[in-house]
Design a protein around this ligand. Structure first.
Ligand SMILES: [Zn+2]
Length: 216
């Protein structure tokens, strides 16, 4: 996608600045959080930012979002992501964005995007096993031993629940001009992805009314 405005290349460790830390909207669910790693900075004539520009950015995203992954997976997410992991996440992000766009437009998603999401969702397959060492112990096993790929699976599975499950909190595309974020309508009056978008639209309406008192 677009060039990252910042220089996130060769990031080393969590001390390095990453656009991931400047995401305008987080906490919508892992699947939407991944989609929302691309955003516009500065409104209608703003700059497209891709917060996932390098594998180090993915490490940062996984660290920031660790609390949303299953507890048994969290401690394993500190291992650095490879270029191959990074590309799988970008592929899933692209597919989830297309599925979100189709979903919010009320049309069926493209088969290839559905295939990408479903293929990744299988990586989340897991079960608990009893430990032979003592009473009461168990351990979670994944069919996919690689923690980053298991995490990819959990993101995809959340996408399946979000777009295929009961629409308790329907997904919306933010209607503010120049915004590309998706959010869950967590309460009936929620209209915008963030207060920033709501304020920007209200200010634009206000100045339009000042220029042209006939306009609504
Ligand atoms: Zn918005």
């Amino acid at each position: 996608m677009a060039e990252n405005a910042g220089n996130a290349g060769n990031a080393e460790g969590p001390a390095e600045a990453s656009a991931v830390d400047g995401m305008p909207l987080v906490g919508e669910s892992l699947a939407l959080d991944l989609v929302n790693t691309t955003f516009i900075n500065g409104g209608l004539r703003g700059v497209l930012v891709d917060a996932l520009a390098t594998p180090a950015d993915l490490d940062r995203w996984l660290t920031n979002r660790a609390g949303d992954f299953s507890a048994a997976l969290r401690p394993r997410l500190s291992e650095p992501a490879t270029r191959a992991h990074f590309e799988r996440f970008l592929e899933l992000r692209g597919a989830l964005r297309e599925v979100a766009a189709a979903h919010t437009a009320g049309r069926p998603p493209r088969e290839s995007d559905v295939r990408t999401v479903n293929r990744a969702a299988r990586l989340a397959a897991r079960w608990d096993e009893l430990l032979p060492t003592g009473p009461g112990g168990s351990v979670t096993r994944w069919s996919e031993p690689d923690p980053q790929l298991a995490a990819l699976g959990e993101v995809a599975s959340e996408g399946v629940r979000l777009f295929g499950g009961t629409p308790g909190q329907p997904v919306h595309a933010c209607p503010a001009p120049g915004c590309i974020l998706y959010f869950r309508k967590t309460h009936a009056r929620r209209e915008w992805c963030t207060a920033t978008c709501g304020n920007r639209v209200r200010v634009a309406r206000h100045s339009r009314r000042h220029r042209d008192p006939q306009a609504g």
